[in-house]
Write a protein that binds this ligand. Structure first.
Ligand code: ZN
Ligand code: ZN
Length: 350
């Protein structure tokens, strides 16, 4: 059967010169043979989006939607399938072949390079797309089989969209990278979406001590409802005294320097500090170390279905983290995400 793919007009939010997003309509080229055209119905806003607010960019990398058209080499999905989108990988380099796409040799080009693997773009001159292989702040975008996860059409895509980056990163760090075991102890610094996902995952893993650190009392209360066994407000003067040393792990989602130093203090001998902030790994005294983790070492096609299962069992209640906005309201959503007024903003399309 021949497979004719077509260009399609997309309605996208494009960053202008003033850290503001303007709506624009333009044509995306037809999907290449290995590409999939997806109508977006929901997209989370992640802090990485806020770091790439450059003029002409179409951001958005926690998309979810419905397949509209597929290139001739695509076998995993067909039009009408529901998909959750995640980070992009090439599928061909050694780490990809070894089933470690989070270590893809082309990770940076494919996720932050605003281009395809071959350097081309489906976007018109002056518009930068293909962000994380998605650019899902739009009602339609092109993805590949590497960054889509097919899900049951009965599942709520609005809810599943943010699994593709932030929630996968927090939960994956606990369940994949650290492989936390029953009875172990950890501290999570920062209770945004990534930190709260780590806390929910630590409870799933059976951790005995789960300490949440933040300066926002409402978020700390939520952290306790989601599984933290203790909460510490880092704004309180005497909070250092309440810290218990000898923890197995500390996960830092804040990148705040004095918290990082503190993390080293409370680790037990041989303990691990995970930096989810882009900072590099290093070795400290007494066998303690810091590591840097990408996407929670998650293979999206394996891990997202697992998270969906935990959600169905009531053990990963992500609805408690989400605030919804109409796509038209994207500027308000970005502002609220930036100011920390909401934990996880999710855009929805009618
Ligand atoms: Zn992200
Ligand atoms: Zn690769």
């Amino acid at each position: 059967m021949s497979n004719i793919t077509q260009p399609r007009i997309t309605h996208a939010a494009v960053v202008n010169g003033h850290h503001h997003l303007n709506f624009r309509k333009f044509e995306l080229k037809a999907p290449l043979e290995y590409e999939v055209g997806v109508r977006i119905v929901a997209c989370g806003i992640c802090h990485t989006d806020l770091g790439f607010m450059t003029e002409g960019a179409v951001l958005g990398h926690e998309g979810a939607g419905i397949v509209e058209q597929v290139g001739s080499a695509v076998t995993r999905v067909k039009p009408g399938d529901h998909v959750v989108l995640s980070y992009q990988s090439c599928g061909k380099c050694s780490p990809c072949e070894e089933h470690h796409p989070y270590n893809c040799e082309h990770f940076s080009q494919l996720n932050f390079g605003f281009q395809r693997l071959d350097g081309s773009s489906a976007y018109p001159e002056g518009i930068d797309g293909h962000f994380f292989g998605q650019s899902a702040f739009a009602d339609y975008c092109l993805v590949t089989e590497q960054n889509l996860v097919k899900v049951d059409p009965g599942l709520p895509l609005n809810l599943l969209a943010p699994l593709g980056c932030g929630l996968q990163t927090g939960a994956g760090t606990v369940l994949n990278t650290l492989n936390v075991q029953p009875g172990e102890s950890l501290m999570v610094m920062g209770t945004g979406a990534v930190g709260l996902a780590a806390i929910m995952a630590a409870k799933i893993a059976g951790a005995k001590t789960i300490i949440a650190v933040d300066r926002d009392p409402a978020r700390l209360a939520l952290a306790v409802r989601l599984g933290a066994t203790e909460s510490i407000n880092s704004d309180q003067e005497n909070y250092l005294e309440t810290l218990c040393p000898h923890l197995d792990y500390v996960i830092d989602t804040t990148g705040i320097r004095h918290l990082d130093e503190l993390a080293q203090e409370v680790l037990k001998e041989g303990g691990t500090l995970v930096r989810l902030t882009g900072s590099a790994g290093e070795t400290f005294t007494r066998g303690r170390k810091a590591i840097s983790v990408i996407q929670g070492d998650s293979v999206a096609q394996d891990f997202i279905p697992k998270l969906v299962e935990y959600w169905q069992q009531g053990r990963f209640p992500i609805e408690q983290l989400i605030t919804y906005y109409d796509f038209d309201d994207i500027n308000r959503a970005v502002k609220d995400a930036h100011n920390g007024n909401v934990i996880k903003a999710v855009l929805i399309w009618e």
